[in-house]
Write a protein that binds this ligand. Structure first.
Ligand SMILES: Nc1ncnc2c1ncn2[C@@H]1O[C@H](COP(=O)(O)OP(=O)(O)O)[C@@H](O)[C@H]1O
Ligand SMILES: [Mg+2]
Length: 199
């Protein structure tokens, strides 16, 4: 079963139960455009040595090539990696978590990827099968992010391949008046941060 968390302010980590010791896990992050999803995930991956790649409205082959370039840059390789298939790409991304610390691996704008590679959810499902390598050896925290509400929600619904595979679903909502209280601050980088009273 997935646990859906509606987040009005940015999620804090204090009471976060999303701390699985073993095996790769999957989470969905979604919400309307310009709610700060990408910035949040970029900051998270930067601070943890994680990986982030972004889908574009382009062909499946071009998205696969972009992910190969992002993977090579992340791994410090001199030349782009050419993944032969989405299966290879997903396996390689999950293998980034084969290290001691949990490693965020983020696919932003996932709906753009899935639009031209509709097999992706089922490839991820298979890669995360209970006896698969990723479940036994990787500590990847695989995150699929997108702004297309219904598409993201449908990933986990009904007979969808990923139903029951994502223990955490985070929905980012706009700030409302009740969020903007004394514990909300603007940092010197202009980012808005909300304290524990926000919500
Ligand atoms: N916490 C924040 N405080 C201030 N500005 C933010 C914050 N989060 C995001 N932004 C800004 O809001 C805009 C949209 O953020 P972005 O992460 O691209 O949203 P999304 O991915 O949800 O469409 C960007 O210009 C970003 O720099
Ligand atoms: Mg974004």
């Amino acid at each position: 079963m997935s646990q859906r968390q509606d987040v009005t302010s940015h999620p804090g980590s204090s009471s976060d139960s999303y701390t699985y010791k073993n095996g790769a896990t999957l989470a969905l992050v979604y919400g309307r455009r310009r709610q700060g999803k990408t910035l949040l995930l970029e900051l998270m991956t930067e601070s943890t040595g994680g990986f982030l790649a972004t889908g574009l409205e382009q062909s499946s082959a071009m998205n696969l090539a972009s992910i190969g370039s992002a993977y090579a840059a992340h791994a410090g390789l001199g030349a782009p990696v050419s993944f032969g298939s989405w299966e290879h790409a997903v396996d390689a991304l999950l293998a980034l978590g084969e290290r001691e610390a949990p490693t965020p691996v983020v696919l932003d704008e996932f709906p753009c990827l899935a639009a031209t590679a509709p097999q992706l959810p089922s490839i991820i499902q298979r890669a995360l099968s209970p006896r698969g390598r990723a479940r036994r050896r990787s500590r990847a925290r695989f995150v699929l992010c997108g702004s297309a509400f219904s598409m993201m929600r449908n990933l986990l619904s009904g007979t969808a391949a990923l139903r029951g595979r994502a223990p955490r679903e985070v929905v980012l909502h706009p700030f409302g008046p009740s969020t903007w209280n004394a514990s909300t601050s603007v940092t010197d980088h202009g980012r808005v941060g909300a304290g524990s009273r926000a919500g």
